[in-house]
Design a protein around this ligand. Sequence first.
Ligand code: PLP
Length: 339
Amino acid sequence: YTRMGNPTVHALEEAVAALEQGAAGHAAATGMAAIAAVLLGLLSQGDHVVAGDCLYGPTHVVIGRELTRFGISATFVDTADPERVAAALQPHTRLLFVETPANPTLKITDLAAMARLTREGRTLLVVDNTFATPYLQRPLTLGADVVVHSLTKALNGHSDVLGGMVIVKDGEISQKIRRFLSLFGGTMDPHQAWLILRGLRTLALRVDRAQANAARLAEFLDQHPRVEWVRYPGRPQHPGHELAKNQMDGFGTMLCFGVKGGLMAGRAFIDRLDLITRAVSLGGVESLIQHPASMTHAGVPREERLAAGIGDDLVRLSVGCEEVEDLMADLDRALGAVP
Ligand code: PLP
């Protein structure tokens, strides 16, 4: 009975757990189902969560608004600043939730520093490693207790299936997650697992290619007269560049930038792209672009969004495996056509 376990799903759980150097993996129907299993499976009434101020929009909404219905409070902080995290931790803080590189600002958080802070108390360090993938970053080896993934993204890589995974290193936490998923039913279907296992085989090839493209595009956009600013962890100007160099094996496939003229110019630019598709997903072989303020992060209150650095002009680009010259030509033509 697949809700309790399935051999194909188990093969995927073993593969992703091995990549993350964890003790066990627990597959979920989606990335959000994996995140829900961690939050609801490990937290209880009266607990407190500290979370990064820059997270995938629905994660922010679940932690900041949904958990309060169960008596679980949260504080959002800039996790790139360990002192702010230290100040936010309280005696009843049970969980610290971090994304690095963060979605969509690509802010980098020092995971070893976060682990040093949480180790002092009963706090679990949970890292959403979707953006980096275990090919580029393995948070459990840096002291995290739990890693979550949206397998919908680069681990599958073909934008044709949803999936999530919780990877743990502790037996007790492992049992709680397994129990939660099978009781509440957010488990994975074997057909999903089979497709993701197929995608996983080319993870390194795809990430290598897309990452090389991303580095080229970051430089190209930086020099473009219609572009106001560019943020990519691989650029020495990025405030987290040195940290990313130390804790990651590469700078990833995501970048963000602002088009001169702000929100309207950014929208007009996206409308004029031809090869690059407007869509909210990421990590696929095809490049996708989106505008977080009106798409993925529309549910986050504007003041909170702006305070976290997600400006109205921010455009997020997930770079794929296409010919980089074609991508540059598409960006150049669309930027040139902005009124
Ligand atoms: N975490 C991150 C960093 C994401 O970008 C996403 C989706 O975009 C999710 C989690 C949620 O994943 P899913 O759509 O598979 O539920």
